[in-house]
Design a protein around this ligand. Structure first.
Ligand SMILES: Cc1cc2nc3c(=O)[nH]c(=O)nc-3n(C[C@H](O)[C@H](O)[C@H](O)COP(=O)(O)O)c2cc1C
Length: 176
């Protein structure tokens, strides 16, 4: 059975991106899903001196191992000031030092959501531009606008948006 990992680029305990990522993973048929939370992979802020002195933090290596063992990745990025959250950028920076080909050609469904009408499109675009340089194989993308209006009880309640996600999930499924 194929195995996917699902996580949000957020450390919020009630992350809306984590909720969306989990929902998307329930739409993928016949896969083993591992839900990851960045709060379980606490890391020091990256610095070159820390890297020289102490090497890679264990949690960054552990997170890389989770990616290595997966066939696919569902990632939903929270947007802070038009960009990655600090917690995700820090993880990304550490991981890119461990392995420049950070995403190891794994199939990726890349998403973002926010309470605003743009649904995290800035961070989604930023990642879509950058991740392929780190061997991301982004097969599907989805942005959910106005989370509080369109998501309830663990699922998307706007039919049009739900169908748009289902199409992306199908692409992801076929790529695994
Ligand atoms: C410092 C900060 C900056 C934010 N900047 C943006 C932004 O640029 N665009 C946006 O749509 N939402 C922005 N938000 C609102 C977040 O989208 C919202 O907090 C969302 O819940 C974050 O996702 P999460 O719940 O998965 O952590 C910002 C929130 C914070 C705390």
């Amino acid at each position: 059975m194929k195995h996917i990992i699902t996580f949000a680029g957020s450390n919020s305990e009630n992350s809306i991106n984590k909720q969306l990522a989990i929902y998307a993973s329930t739409l993928v048929d016949e896969v083993k899903v591992t839900i990851l939370d960045l709060n379980d992979f606490e890391l020091p802020i990256f610095s070159k001196q820390l890297e020289e002195k102490e090497g890679y933090p264990e949690n960054a290596v552990k997170f890389m191992d989770q990616m290595k063992n997966a066939d696919g990745i569902i990632l939903s990025l929270a947007e802070y000031n038009g960009a990655y959250t600090s917690v995700f950028k820090n993880l990304f920076d550490w991981m890119s030092r461990i392995e420049q080909k950070t995403f190891m050609s794994k199939s990726m469904l890349l998403m973002a959501t926010s309470p605003g009408t743009r649904g995290g499109q800035s961070v989604l675009q930023m990642a879509a531009d950058r991740f392929p340089r780190h061997d991301a194989h982004i097969v599907a993308k989805f942005s959910l606008p106005s989370f509080n209006d369109n998501f309830s009880d663990g699922k998307i309640i706007n039919q049009e948006l739900n169908e748009a996600l289902l199409k992306e999930v199908k692409q992801f499924q076929e790529s695994l």
